[in-house]
Ligand binder design. Structure first.
Ligand code: PMP
Length: 440
């Protein structure tokens, strides 16, 4: 191996603390891929390995890799004005135009945006704004945030507390107070929780339209309609976390559109720039924004240095232009159909595949020991499948939280039929290999 590759691997192990990583294993094995290049749905590393990015990296590279026009727009904005403060009365054109554009494409009357650098900040912002809203409304005890099992809302303190996946909360022994959890698919559980706690103590309910990191769980058809009714009935804000589901991923602009309801606030990040810059935010309804304007007396004491970052906002505008021009939302729907059909075919061929599901290009394959009883293997197979698939040229991800044994797959929205077939071939070969090992 080239010396400089070895050197990079050693430097990585010595100096680079990897996010969300099995630290011992990472130290032993070193970096599996040091990516140097991306093109469409493909990533290439410095050893020349080419893999399909079956996860759009972290569910975010919606328009695919290596788009020169994104580099051009970033360069142009950076050369003019990369960044300036948006605190108080300062502003910049890309931030203004992006906020206006988001108002145009967001569901219903969501019309005002608070910008952040990513999804975790967006979630913490939403919770703080929701709590502050009730203080302004003269109901200061409405502070609790209800969230769901199997949910993921980021790793800042608020997002960690809101995350239903327990290992994230148990990472430390002290998290943010005033969060509570209900079953992810039961609107009745939400109603019961509200009754139990008292609606006068509850600020908001937060939910991902389709749960991502928790294993791609798609809510029953009526679920969010019922949630909307319950939140209205008890005067509780309904917040959707569209960090993954926003900007076309599920075949609609935003995931909640599948359910025909409009939240009071909406978190977004990832697909807003397709990963070409770091950006997220929270939108609120015009009605809520009007109330903020009317009832606020002091300063809105919440703001990040990079709230409204000019370069990031101009990159987002270009990204949305591409999504619309290339009709990537319709494409996500169509290719999502192809992907799900591919999953079903794999399921017929491989006995270790249990339930398969997808909404747009957000899909999951469950691994089981027995297709009928749904019994799973004592040691989860999904992580092995992930490693084996990567060797064959496909990056996917495993979810083993809450006794799951699931593969999640979410390729860029630009994926074509041939590339979907390539993904399925690699998956099929991988399943065959793992089946041979497990069943003989
Ligand atoms: N919410 C959801 C639904 C997410 O999927 C994520 C990231 N996977 C986050 C919040 C956190 O976003 P970030 O990693 O940009 O802070």
């Amino acid at each position: 191996m080239n010396n400089w590759i070895k050197e990079l691997e050693e430097l990585d192990k010595k100096h680079f603390i990897h996010p969300t990583s099995p630290i011992k294993q990472q130290q032993q094995a070193g970096p599996s891929f040091i990516f140097t290049k991306g093109e469409g749905v493909y990533l290439e590393d410095l050893k020349g390995n080419r893999v399909i990015d079956g996860m759009s990296s972290l569910w975010n590279v919606n328009i695919g890799h290596g788009r020169e026009e994104m580099g051009e727009v970033a360069k142009e904005q950076m050369s003019k004005l990369a960044y300036s403060s948006c605190f108080a009365t300062f502003s910049n054109e890309p931030a203004i135009r992006l906020a206006a554009k988001l108002a145009e494409v967001a569901p219903g009357n969501l019309s005002a945006t608070f910008f952040t650098s990513g999804g975790s900040e967006a979630n913490d912002t939403a919770y703080k704004l929701a709590r502050h809203y009730w203080i302004l409304k003269g109901k200061p005890n409405k502070q609790k945030i209800i969230t769901r099992t199997k949910s993921y809302h980021g790793v800042a303190l608020g997002g960690t507390s809101a995350t239903g996946l327990q290992p994230f909360r148990e990472f430390t022994n002290s998290i943010a107070p005033d969060f509570d959890y209900v079953d992810h698919f039961s609107s009745e559980a939400l109603r019961r929780k509200i009754e139990e706690e008292g609606p006068e103590k509850i600020a908001a309910f937060v939910a991902e339209p389709v749960q991502g990191a928790g294993g791609v769980h798609i809510a029953p058809e009526e679920y969010f309609k019922e949630v909307r009714v319950i939140c209205d009935q008890y005067d509780i804000l309904f917040i959707t976390d569209e960090v993954i589901t926003g900007f076309g991923r599920t075949g609609t602009y935003f995931g909640i559109e599948h359910y025909g309801v409009v939240p009071d606030m909406m978190c977004f990040a990832k697909g807003v720039t397709s990963g070409y810059a770091q950006l997220g935010g929270v939108m609120m309804s015009d009605q809520m924004y009007e109330e903020f304007k009317e009832l606020s007396t002091g300063t809105l004491l919440h703001g990040y240095t990079y709230s409204g970052h000019a370069m990031a906002c101009s990159v987002a505008l270009k990204n949305l232009e591409i999504i619309e021009k290339e009709q990537l939302i319709t494409r996500a729907k169509e290719m999502g159909g192809e992907m799900l059909a591919g999953f079903k075919e794999l399921q017929r061929k491989h006995s270790i595949i249990g339930e398969v599901r997808a909404l747009g290009l957000m899909g999951a394959i469950e691994i089981v020991k027995d297709q009928n009883s749904k019994e799973r293997y004592q040691t989860a197979l999904a992580p092995i499948i992930v490693t084996e698939a990567a060797k064959r040229g496909l990056v996917v991800r495993s979810v083993v939280f809450d006794s799951q044994d699931t593969l999640v797959i979410a390729p860029p929205l630009i994926i074509n039929k041939k590339e979907i077939e390539e993904m399925m071939t690699i998956l099929s070969n991988t399943f065959a290999e793992v089946e041979l090992k497990m069943i003989g």
